[in-house]
Design a protein around this ligand. Structure first.
Ligand code: ATR
Length: 282
């Protein structure tokens, strides 16, 4: 429906934000459920971040998503931050309650739900997870894999010090251990793995492919990628060709959006094949 003067407002805060799929994603759900609301792209350069956030509160926004480069600065700007967002070190979903900002992070949820929906037969406890990359996305992916109950996380990154920092931040006695694998040994680390995740930008349109021979990977291991443009990255194509189950990265984006939409607009939205097709036609 076309928004009225009473429309509930939300959006995605980032810089730049013009590439974001979130306005179309939330816009699809608003239309599908006939909700009087609007979800807008909110471009805010870093120097304006605090003022823009205050303005959103003043304007009566219900909340907003947060994308690069504001996910980490939002930790300090929120009045309350969930333990999940603290653990991941970033806020991607904010609910405005009166004048209070409640920060959360739904990226680990989105990753886990995408695997649940796309690989119903996969059992996390079946073996170790190999995670390639140690940027912001890796942190949410590793947190999710730990919570899903993989036997261990084998983490490898070109810049090894970054992997060590990430492992130190996420290691906890009651959680699956994180073992650091030297970048040069990443192919050997695939032996016996139950799941392989690419969290780097390699394989994205315009970027080189991830250089990783899959020979040592068990045939039943699940392979997934956080890159979703193209939907089938060279890694996923290679995995599919040798018979591994694969899950593409678009679902993580779709599922991470669910908690925010429900909090702001009052309806739990569904991720459907029609929604995927709509976004891929964008
Ligand atoms: P974000 O925080 O958004 O995830 P990022 O911090 O730039 O983005 O992380 C991107 C990831 O892709 C990192 O793991 C990066 O490795 P480095 O830490 O060594 O930079 C990885 N990456 C990017 N280009 C790469 C390349 N050509 N070869 C190997 N890894 C690469």
């Amino acid at each position: 429906m076309i928004p009225s003067g009473k429309a509930r407002l939300a959006g995605v805060l980032g810089w730049p934000v013009s590439h974001s799929l979130s306005p179309r994603l939330h816009g699809y759900w608003l239309q599908r459920y006939g909700i009087d609301g609007a979800y807008l792209p909110l471009g805010a350069p870093p120097a304006s971040l605090e003022g823009v956030v205050r303005a959103l509160v003043e304007l009566g926004f219900r909340g907003f998503n947060v994308t690069l480069p504001h996910k980490e600065p939002l930790l300090a700007l929120c009045d309350e931050v969930t333990p999940e967002a603290h653990r991941i070190g970033a806020v991607n979903t904010v609910v405005i309650d009166g004048d209070r900002l409640q920060g959360g992070n739904s990226d680990a949820f989105g990753f886990a739900e995408n695997l649940r929906a796309g690989a119903a037969d996969w059992r996390p406890e079946s073996g170790p997870a190999v995670v390639i990359g140690a940027g912001g996305a890796a942190r949410a992916v590793i947190a999710a894999l730990q919570d899903l109950g993989v036997t261990e996380v084998r983490l490898t990154n070109r810049t090894e010090a970054r992997a060590a920092d990430l492992a130190a931040a996420l290691a906890a006695p009651q959680r699956p251990p994180i073992r650091l694998v030297p970048w040069a040994e990443r192919e050997e680390a695939l032996a016996g793995a139950g799941v392989l995740v690419n969290t780097t930008s390699l394989g994205m349109a315009g970027q080189p492919a991830l250089d990783l021979a899959l020979d040592a990977l068990p045939a039943e291991a699940l392979v997934t990628d956080i890159v979703y443009a193209p939907l089938e990255t060279p890694l996923l194509a290679a995995a599919r060709a040798r018979g591994n189950p694969v899950v593409d990265g678009l679902g993580m984006l779709l599922h991470q959006a669910r908690p925010g939409f429900e909090a702001w607009f009052g309806r739990a939205p569904e991720v459907s094949a029609e929604l995927r097709a709509f976004l891929l036609g964008a």
